[in-house]
Design a protein around this ligand. Sequence first.
Ligand SMILES: [Zn+2]
Length: 69
Amino acid sequence: MADPRRRFIAGATCPACGALDVVQWWREGGTEWMQCIRCDHLREQPDAPTKEPAPARPLTIQDPAKFRR
Ligand SMILES: [Zn+2]
């Protein structure tokens, strides 16, 4: 099943079987997929690498008298 949208990732190793240059990558419906053609390991990649959102730091109410000079 040759799919022109799929392309091999050079130098990528399959996380499941550890084989080299067997991982295909393609995008479908806003999702990136990676599949190993050797063991059929399928992995869904988030569309964009999202960083862990910084935890909202509660504002500390400072005593204004502290800043008064
Ligand atoms: Zn594999």
